[in-house]
Design a binder for this molecule. Structure first.
Ligand code: ACO
Length: 336
């Protein structure tokens, strides 16, 4: 028998920026309408970080982490590792994880690293943490999905800007040593298909194309997306990777799942995926209406909200699934 430690979600937290931008607000500056955005995406509003400070990705992560640590009944110095998923970091260097370590006042020299897997980032972080815990290498890990997408979208591009928002979700995971406690990560599937890179990309800002004064002044530095292709890939990928995770968790089928928490990219993607998976729509946790697509933050924020309002309960079986730029994908089945 292979020996491994079980991983439990000990606590969760979130932070959303104060500023709310509604569809009607957007319709005052671009050629769109609340009706178009609502019908095509399910989004009514989003939160936008202050550019003056206090709501950058590591600031949001600090607020959300303190809530998660409190819920887990832990102190910052109990943490062995910080894994920070984002593709909109505060800086290219140092990593957000090391900045957050300092902001949390952690003095134990814990490991800290960022993960870049776009919207699948939080599940990549969760499953990296799970591996560290299962092998016995670490006991308590802080995982974060925090994004300030408002900086990366062209606010005059109506095909893209309407979809995104800012926010942060956090979970503290740890070794479950109580044999009577059934909480555990049961299965994980991570995947990628680099051939789909042209569906969502940012050409400038890396080593190949640094930001020059001309680029900084132009719209070329922003996110570019092929929405139609992303839509098709999203439904197919979310379905396939969810089924793979369900299969390797050894469940009878989707009917065993109490809650499905998918990446929130478009309500129609979620409905189509739920339909293909044949899961009861009432079991799908959705927060896209109020917060839009916050990339790596959508799953941990939706999860935290459902735990906080009593929908997700200890002992229940949860399916988490994501897809994103890269293209990356990830799915996890866990007993909360
Ligand atoms: N308001 C009004 N009209 C609009 C808007 C807007 N905001 N945006 C586009 N239109 C127009 C288009 O110009 C087009 O007009 P035309 O027919 O005169 O040319 C028409 O509406 C239809 O445009 P489509 O692009 O075909 O609209 P579609 O139904 O595909 O919806 C959308 C676009 C909402 C972007 C959709 O494709 C989508 O959500 N795709 C998935 C995006 C996604 O999953 N992104 C996730 C990325 S990964 C990650 O999460 C980081």
């Amino acid at each position: 028998m292979t020996l491994y430690y079980r991983t439990k979600i000990l606590g969760t937290g979130l932070y959303y920026p104060q500023k709310i931008v509604t569809n009607d607000d957007l319709a005052r500056s671009i050629d769109t309408s609340d009706q178009w955005i609502t019908e095509r995406t399910g989004i009514k509003k989003r939160r936008i970080s202050s550019t003056k400070g206090g709501e950058f990705p590591t600031d949001m992560a600090l607020n959300a982490s303190l809530i998660a640590l409190k819920n887990a009944n832990l102190s910052p110095n109990d943490i062995d590792c910080i894994i920070f998923a984002t593709f909109t970091p505060d800086y290219r260097l140092p990593s957000c994880a090391t900045i957050l370590q300092t902001k949390l006042g952690i003095t134990n020299g814990c490991a800290a690293m960022d993960i870049s897997a776009a919207c699948s980032g939080f599940l990549y972080a969760l499953n990296t943490a799970n591996s560290f815990i299962q092998t016995g290498m670490m006991k308590k890990i802080l995982i974060i999905g925090s994004e300030m997408l408002s900086r990366e979208v062209d606010w005059s591009d109506r095909g893209v800007c309407i979809l995104f928002g800012d926010g942060c979700g956090v979970a503290v995971v740890g070794r479950n040593e109580d044999p009577n406690d059934k909480s555990e990560i049961l299965s994980t599937k991570l995947g990628a298909d680099g051939t789909g890179r042209e569906f969502l990309y940012q050409t400038y800002g890396g080593s190949v194309n640094p930001i020059t004064p001309e680029i900084a002044a132009s719209k070329e530095r922003y996110l570019t997306m092929n929405g139609k292709e992303m839509f098709k890939v999203a439904v197919r990928t979310l379905t396939d990777i969810s089924l793979a995770a369900l299969n390797s968790a050894g469940l009878k089928g989707i009917e065993d799942i109490d809650w499905f928490v998918p990446h929130q990219a478009n309500i129609r993607i979620l409905e189509a995926t739920a339909n293909r998976l044949n899961i009861n729509p009432n079991k799908v946790v959705i927060n896209i209406e109020d917060y839009a697509n916050t990339s790596a933050a959508t799953i941990p924020t939706a999860f935290h909200q459902a735990v906080s309002d009593g929908r997700i309960k200890r002992g229940q079986l949860i399916l988490l699934s994501a897809f994103g730029g890269g293209l990356t994908s990830a799915s996890t089945v866990l007993r909360y």
